[in-house]
Design a binder for this molecule. Sequence first.
Ligand code: XIL
Length: 369
Amino acid sequence: MMRLPCLYHCLIVICFTAASAIGCKKTATPQVGPTPEATLKGTAAFPMGSAVVASPLNTNYYYQGTLLNEYNSMTADYEMKFDITEPQEGTYNYTPGDYIVGFAAQHHIRMHGHNLIWHQALPSWVLAFKGDSSAWENLFATHIKNEATHYKGQVASWDVVNEALRDDNGALRSAETTPNDGSGSIWRQHLGADYIARAFVYAHEADPAALLFYNDYGQEWLGVKLDSMIALLNSLTKRGIPISGVGMQMHIDINADTAAISEALRRLASTGLLVHISELDISVNPNNLTNITFTPALQLRQASLFESIAKSYRANVPPAQRYGITTWGFSDADSWIISYFHRQDWPLPFDANYAKKPAYFGLLKGLTE
Ligand code: XIL
């Protein structure tokens, strides 16, 4: 009996020595199974999110499986917007949003609420509402408090105000319709310029634990819109308004300037707020061409942009300010770009069959190296 351990020990020494001598050390380390594949959430040192739509989530196993494998944060695509949650005055419909929030809770995925105040996705009763400034203030406060209270403890954070600034001059959207960036804002029109601060105060009263964000697009243009956004954020912070972060939507296209994106991230981070890349997608067909092919060259260009953005986020946003990177959906089958702009496009990391595109591997690489 005493001889066995010795025999065993000697064999190991002989094998090890022989293996080293003939350069086949690999055989001395038995493989216990296949190496698990890298995932976005397993690779990033911060949350990786996606916008999610209730209907494929509850019916499509590819959709659900990809989400569960790759992401640890979720944003509702439209289910928490005002026109869905209160389609008629006093009639509430939280069912689609509750489904998404329930799914997130069941799978321990962080839930980011989107959004409380926006000039779009308004129910027709709000657009038709007649009342003096105190009636409007009541409508505004009631909406924010109702929804933030309904989801209290279930969402980690909110986009409290979405897209309040004009593209052309960085001023608040107001009554006028501006040339290139859609409608004005009924909120600014009826509530005065300080409605943004009050939206954050009402949301904080309803859910003091939620982190509150200002969310917008176009920061990467490095223009007057970014200047006035930074001024707005700094002034809210200075006044003690309960704002925790800023969302950079980043609906960009294949021609985006990576140096400008880095500069915008650096300037947003200089506010000291959390920085969330909140709606990332990279359009391949920004000029709306009718006959376009997603060539290997375009696929590589898109992959390298995804890689640069992840790298730039890591380089320009200090770790404590990284709220994460959220893509606006993950499969080209479900991207809003295609239905909203009625065009062919391939803006996301997974193809229409939920297979990983070069874009996915670019993003993964940018999160790793
Ligand atoms: C989009 C949704 O993805 C669509 O389903 C909806 O029809 C329109 O809105 N900026 C935002 C998001 O803040 O709410 C928008 O989402 C995309 C642009």
